[in-house]
Design a protein around this ligand. Structure first.
Ligand code: ADP
Ligand code: MG
Length: 329
């Protein structure tokens, strides 16, 4: 490794102030990290790559890039009901950082944001890789998950309620604002709502606590990254069931107010990047969960009949363009 890369890792990623976990044997600096996992749990492992211009607009700040790269990985752990433990970081940096920002300043903001979110979750950076090329960030995350109760996509049962942990659609509006596209979606918004949309896009909140609470009772779960219809489809396929969604019950973000009802539903159903959890639960368990989490909303029910039906208040079936984001579509 060239000296400059060694310096870079030392300066920005071997942070002595960061979380120090007792179940880490050897961290950054050797050929591998070594961990000593607790015996009573399984490990959940996930990886996600964010590429500039694909997963975030080129003009995104280093602070937001780091936050989002880690948050989407945390969100995968949340969706399994796992507890965060360690992560590794692969960073591909362009020769010249954009916006004429000196690379030092970029890296400082990036690493501070990364460590700040990591420490909120007692999550430790234990290694990585640093290369040159178009800006891309890959994070692999590991956490502890129950041996019996990991929330898989395959456990949904007919009669289960379908529940989301929060309002949908704000990140899609945030993306419109960031890309200055579909102006009619946001020109009527207050400054505060615009900020809210921006935060939803750049600073998604991984639902770790919620996942840990739900792991003993939810039959199935996932996090909403590509859009509700597309993601719920994964649960339906994996569980070999169908579903009815009640459109009037879908919690719409306040940032959708510029849209008519049908457009707002469409955005909430197909917009990506919300990172709420969507899970299914036997009806008898709903009242206790609802009491603890009034922000959760029932949006539908799992059916033995296959397929996904979108029903309005009159029970009329609605047809809409409902494809989530698909990189290969
Ligand atoms: P090797 O060539 O043996 O793979 P590297 O030169 O890639 O080693 O990395 C040296 C050490 O620095 C390793 O412990 C690696 O995990 C760590 N490291 C490299 N890049 C990063 C990074 N971006 N963040 C955290 N740790 C890193
Ligand atoms: Mg390496």
């Amino acid at each position: 490794m060239p000296g400059s890369e060694f310096q870079l890792i030392q300066s920005f990623f071997a942070d002595p102030e960061q979380v120090t976990r007792p179940d880490l044997v050897l961290g950054i600096g050797d050929d591998c990290a070594i961990v000593a996992p607790r015996e009573q749990s399984n490990l959940a492992i996930s990886i996600d790559t964010l590429i500039s211009g694909v997963h975030f607009p080129h003009n995104t700040t280093p602070d937001a890039i780091a936050y989002k790269a880690l948050a989407v990985n945390l969100s995968d752990l949340a969706a399994m009901g796992a507890e965060p433990a360690w992560f590794t970081l692969s960073l591909t940096l362009p020769e010249v950082m954009y916006n004429d920002r000196p690379r030092e300043q970029w890296l400082k903001q990036f690493s501070q944001s990364l460590f700040s979110l990591a420490s909120e979750h007692n999550l430790q950076l234990i290694g990585g890789d640093t290369t040159r090329g178009p800006l891309a960030i890959t994070i692999q995350i590991s956490g502890y998950v129950s041996k019996e109760n990991a929330m898989k996509r395959s456990g949904a049962k007919p009669g289960d309620l379908i529940i989301v942990t929060g309002a949908l659609g704000a990140a899609a509006i945030g993306l419109d604002i960031a890309l200055e596209q579909n102006e009619e979606h946001y020109t009527c918004l207050s400054e505060q709502h615009k900020q809210e949309a921006f935060r939803a896009l750049n600073y998604p909140q991984a639902k770790i606590k919620e996942g840990l609470r739900l792991q003993s009772i939810a039959h199935s779960a996932l996090d909403l990254s590509d859009g509700l219809v597309s993601d719920l489809g994964h649960i339906l396929t994996a569980s070999d069931v169908g579903a009815k969604l009640f459109l009037e019950q879908i919690p719409l973000s306040d940032t959708l107010v510029c849209l008519n009802k049908k457009k707002a539903w469409e955005t909430a159903l197909t917009g990506g990047d919300d990172y709420e959890l969507c899970f299914t639960l036997a009806e008898e368990n709903w009242s206790s969960v609802k009491q603890e989490h009034p922000e959760f909303t029932v949006i539908g029910v799992i059916t033995a009949q296959k397929g996904l039906r979108l029903l309005d208040a009159d029970g009329e079936e609605l047809k809409m363009h409902t494809r989530g984001y698909d990189h290969f579509g």
